[in-house]
Design a protein around this ligand. Structure first.
Ligand SMILES: [Zn+2]
Length: 71
């Protein structure tokens, strides 16, 4: 009788993008996101931040070029 009450309660997480409840399991390959679309939206925000970084060192580099050309 000790094994009568062993319910397998699934872990529910909320999608960070649209706040929809997602069951944490193999049926949710994009967890904690509900769909691949929500995952790409979240990743897209990160990609935008990374794109702004490579532009910074290029400015100091072009400054050295203009000095060399004026010489
Ligand atoms: Zn979602």
């Amino acid at each position: 009788m000790s094994q009568s009450n062993t319910p397998t309660t699934p872990t529910i997480v909320k999608c960070p993008t649209c706040k929809k409840e997602v069951e944490w399991g193999e049926q949710s390959p994009y967890r904690p996101f509900c769909t691949k679309r929500c995952q790409l939206i979240d990743l897209g925000e990160w990609a935008e931040e990374e794109k702004s970084i490579p532009g910074a060192p290029d400015l100091s580099d072009s400054d050295g070029w203009s000095e060399d050309m004026g010489h």
